[in-house]
Design a protein around this ligand. Structure first.
Ligand SMILES: *Cc1c(COP(=O)(O)O)cnc(C)c1O
Length: 452
């Protein structure tokens, strides 16, 4: 057999068996998400749910949600997923929305609809601004950057939640949008949505609540009797919300929902070209072709789990979160930042170098998120963690002993790149470093080695 040149098509295609073998071999290199080694990235609800997802993908891998007349199936699935999500978030009878490829696209749509609405209704605003707390997801910076909206980041309070006074002070005549998170990714705390809602109403600006993480957990925690601050459309000023089906919705990647209180705002999300020779072109979201698999899978999983399934999973995940947090606090060397409401939290230390702890845990196979300002580890607890929680705590205890005497200030003020590249002490130009990293990462393995 001739050597496989990864940058070229093979002269003759590989056999199906060989493909299967290569796919499985490649997958074995990935983080062990089924066994709970990653604390984020994958939200796995069990083999039965996976079977449902695989079936939906098999049946709808070729489906294209771009044309609802050709694919009434996907239109049905999408509208039902959106309606169910809106109901969960107490959207009221007018609430509408669309499915998107993920949280980033949902946020992009929230910013786009707000920008175009402001262009239409408040045309005197030439340089629109949006105000987002320090903890809000960077997908919002990305959206603002793509759309020519200025982002104003406001500081957090000592509880890591948005500081309402700072938000109030940042509002000016160009402000078109406020954002709160439920919860915010870094510390798992819910911003004061009611206070933000009052500000939004008073100043007549939109308020988006980013419930990408919490949208399919918080409603069930309320049913279970947990203390959850009001975070959804029950707050009068909230105009839109995002919730990720591919996170705690437990569906496959490529599925999120953007929900609007009012159909008027959704109209500003849509994009139309009327004079193209190819015909009248209308597109509801960023993507043109819209993959059917994620839409069908989200519909299937929502219906398979139902209220009972989501409540059971929320309960399990919260119980594991409690065990983990108690174990972490009982070490006497670690603390949980803020008052996380659900199964997402961060761990800091004033005794040891928290990144050294992460390195030692990584040697034991645990992939923990690394945060900055302040330095902390990040955990998103999912069902696979129930089985391994005691092993994890034992490994944590052992790792703590091994890093005893390390300097808690070692990396102070230096970035730990978000979800990508571990600790980077002593880097000066972080932006260039990160761009170099991305540039190098998306190269063929062969090329990388020949250049070195
Ligand atoms: C994950 C996340 C996003 C971005 O979603 P993607 O699906 O990764 O694009 C936005 N906001 C919050 C709070 C998130 O947790």
């Amino acid at each position: 057999m001739t050597r496989h040149e990864p940058g070229q098509l093979m002269k003759k295609g590989m056999s199906r068996e060989a493909i299967t073998a290569e796919l499985n071999k490649a997958r074995d290199e990935d983080v062990g998400w089924i066994s709970g080694q990653s604390w984020g990235l994958v939200y796995h609800a069990g083999e039965d749910v996976d079977e449902i997802i695989r079936e939906a993908f098999q049946l709808f891998a070729h489906g294209n949600g771009l044309d609802p007349r050709a694919f009434p199936s996907l239109k049905k699935f999408e509208t039902e997923v959106v309606a169910k999500t809106a109901t969960l978030l107490n959207g009221g009878s007018d609430a509408v929305g669309t499915m998107t490829s993920g949280g980033s696209e949902s946020l992009l749509m929230a910013v786009k609809s707000s920008r175009d609405q402001a262009r239409d209704l408040r045309p005197h605003i030439k340089e629109p601004e949006m105000i987002i707390p320090q903890s809000a997801h960077p997908a919002l910076d990305k959206a603002a950057h793509y759309l020519g909206v200025k982002t104003v980041r406001t500081p957090l309070g000592s509880d890591y939640r948005a500081d309402l006074d700072a938000v109030r002070k940042a509002i000016n005549e160009n402000t078109i949008l406020l954002v709160g998170s439920a919860p915010a990714y870094p510390h798992g705390v819910v911003d004061p949505i009611e206070g933000l809602g009052e500000l939004a109403l008073e100043k007549r600006i939109n308020l988006h609540v980013d419930a990408c993480l919490g949208g399919f957990v918080l409603p069930f925690l309320e049913r279970l009797g947990y203390q959850v601050p009001v975070f959804d459309f029950r707050v009068p000023g909230v105009t839109s919300m995002s919730a990720d089906l591919h996170k705690y919705g437990y569906s496959a990647k490529g599925a999120s929902a953007i929900i609007y209180r009012n159909p008027d705002q959704r109209r500003y999300q849509f994009f139309v070209v009327t004079d193209w020779p190819g015909g009248l072109f209308g597109s509801s979201t960023v993507t043109g072709t819209r993959p059917g698999g994620p839409i069908a899978a989200a519909w299937a999983v929502l219906n398979y789990l139902g209220e009972e399934g989501y409540t059971r999973l929320a309960k399990e995940v919260m119980e594991t979160t409690r065990v983990l947090q108690e174990g972490i606090i009982s070490t006497g060397k670690l603390e949980i930042l803020g008052d996380p409401v659900m199964s997402v939290f961060s761990v800091a230390s004033s005794y040891i170098d928290i990144y050294a702890l992460a390195d030692t845990m990584a040697e034991k196979g645990w992939q923990l998120g690394r945060q900055q300002n302040p330095p902390a580890l990040h955990l998103i607890v999912t069902p696979p963690h129930t089985r391994i929680r005691n092993t994890f705590l034992a490994d944590l205890q052992d790792s703590l002993h091994r890093v005893e005497g390390s300097d808690p200030e070692a990396c102070e003020g230096i970035a730990a790149m978000y979800a990508m590249m571990g600790t980077m002490c002593h880097q000066t130009d972080l932006k260039q470093f990160a761009i170099d990293y991305l540039d190098k990462t998306y190269q063929l393995e062969d090329k990388k080695s020949s250049k070195r």
